[in-house]
Design a protein around this ligand. Structure first.
Ligand SMILES: CC(C)(COP(=O)(O)OP(=O)(O)OC[C@H]1O[C@@H](n2cnc3c(N)ncnc32)[C@H](O)[C@@H]1OP(=O)(O)O)[C@@H](O)C(=O)NCCC(=O)NCCS
Length: 173
């Protein structure tokens, strides 16, 4: 019998303190300069923060977070468990971040990403992020440059059309 590779239903909801042990485990695997638990606790408490977890079959599959500054949603973090990548979970989390931050008042999304991080750059490009600048030697662990990416106005008809297409493609993982 072929192995069943279907994913148990994915549930996306707000990150809570109970998620932190699993979040920290994935954080340390996914990033060369991981955040501390204290940083997540502080971010989660901010009213302008939107931090989400994706759970599948009760286990943490990924998480993502954004912080609203005026009408800009700054994507602060996004990670998916290595064995569950390329199954649309990152896209689902990002879709949910766009929807929720728009309801909070965001009109644009922005983020910084390592220049060498092709998977993330590909994902963000799908979501209409474009490179608008660079920060030289932004990452202190290896002095890598950051790309600064921005979306167009997410409330525009063009962006809504893009979101609709993304939703059809990744809406149900
Ligand atoms: C970046 C990351 C969150 C993507 O999560 P994911 O669940 O694997 O991404 P998805 O399956 O939702 O991918 C959606 C689309 O993004 C693009 N993409 C994602 N991973 C890719 C890869 N390795 N190579 C090329 N394109 C990729 C593709 O267009 C993909 O669509 P497709 O599979 O239909 O072709 C994941 O690779 C990760 O956790 N990386 C380590 C942490 C990190 O770097 N986070 C970003 C910090 S800025």
């Amino acid at each position: 019998m072929p192995e069943d590779t279907r994913l148990p239903e994915l549930v996306i909801r707000r990150m809570s303190p109970e998620d932190l042990p699993e979040v920290m485990e994935l954080e340390r695997r996914a990033f060369s300069a991981p955040w501390t638990e204290e940083m997540y606790r502080r971010e989660m408490e901010k009213w302008e923060g939107c931090y989400l977890v994706a759970r599948s079959g009760g286990e943490l599959a990924g998480y993502g977070g954004a912080l609203l500054i005026l009408d800009e949603a700054h994507v602060m973090t996004l990670a998916v468990r290595e064995d569950l990548r390329r199954r649309g979970i990152g896209a689902r989390l990002l879709l949910e971040l766009v929807r929720r931050t728009e309801r909070m008042g965001a009109r644009f999304l922005t983020l910084e990403v390592r220049k060498s991080n092709r998977p993330a750059i590909e994902l963000y490009t799908r979501f209409g992020f474009q490179v608008m600048g660079e920060r030289r030697q932004y990452y202190l662990d290896n002095l890598e440059d950051a790309l600064i990416m921005w979306t167009e106005d997410i409330t525009s008809p063009e962006y809504r059309k893009r979101l609709g297409e993304l939703e059809r493609r990744y809406g149900a993982v």
